[in-house]
Write a protein that binds this ligand. Sequence first.
Ligand code: SF4
Length: 347
Amino acid sequence: MSAPAEQATDPVLSARDVRVWYGTTRGAIQAVDGVSFDLRPGETLGLVGESGCGKSTLGRGLMGLLPEGAKRDGEVLYRGRDIFAMSPRQAYALRGSDLGMIFQEPLTRLNPLMRISDHFEETIRQHEPKLPRAEVRERALDALRLMGIPPTRYRSYPHEFSGGMRQRLMIALALVLRPAFVVADEPTTALDVLVEAQIVQILNDLRRNFDTALLLITHNVGIVAEACDRVAVMYAGRIVEQGTVADVFGDPQHPYTRELLASTISLSTTGLRFIPGSPPDLVDPPPGCRFHPRCPEAMSVCSAEHPVPVDRDGGGTVECWLRGPRTLTDDERRPLAQEELSDADEA
Ligand code: SF4
């Protein structure tokens, strides 16, 4: 890590009103629409929500890794420096040494023609070109050891590893320079449950041992419950509820969080449940609360006005008219009729 250790209470990363949009022939896709949160050293924030809610776009945006053509606004402060205000070269220099990213599909990220040793050399030398070869090797072997990969595999090729081991390799590569902030984008999606549990354990050890701040992007609520301190629930580009895992999962206050938890399969699940409908088209999202066409508690105000974030009972924030910020009139509280929901869905 290149910066001096900060106070335990100082965020290592602060997102402030982050917006990301893409131009398409149909209009702009507002993939991330005003997201704010803080992450402190050693903290893990789980970012959950269905596919297409903007989670991965947000993760890439925080790393300064958006595709060409994407537009962005707001601030991403890494130790007080705004990543969005940096030149591509400055943002590149931070990646690896300060910011790390673990991707979903390791095989597409590892060069099949390069040995594991070459991957490590390339990563380390990008940031420390003059480091003696023996030290590069020592650091790489340390990172492999941490991931439970024997040093004898240092000269192997990516295809010689199992899926779970490849994912551990990706984690070792992302962490070899000890970044202070890491985004892990669905790191366990393609893995079986046993390997998934190992990866979760590894991520937990990392933040404990190295004070790494981790943003864990997943659609798997169970992993968040196991591995995270805090959770942010994302729907249609916005964080609709956030707080500690104990608070949010113990007493979910946003209807979408409740639906997400209810549709999670666990050992006590007796029947399959899913959230009716699908997330909206972000070129033309519904007016008011974006969840209202699917919300079992939608009221007339929900299709007319966008709710604003308010403090949750017990800490964190929630963005739902049922929770404030003002007392609703009888007309605003009127449940939305089925026809009104359908109209909104088509909007
Ligand atoms: Fe449901 Fe209305 Fe709350 Fe949106 S604002 S989640 S539609 S109750």
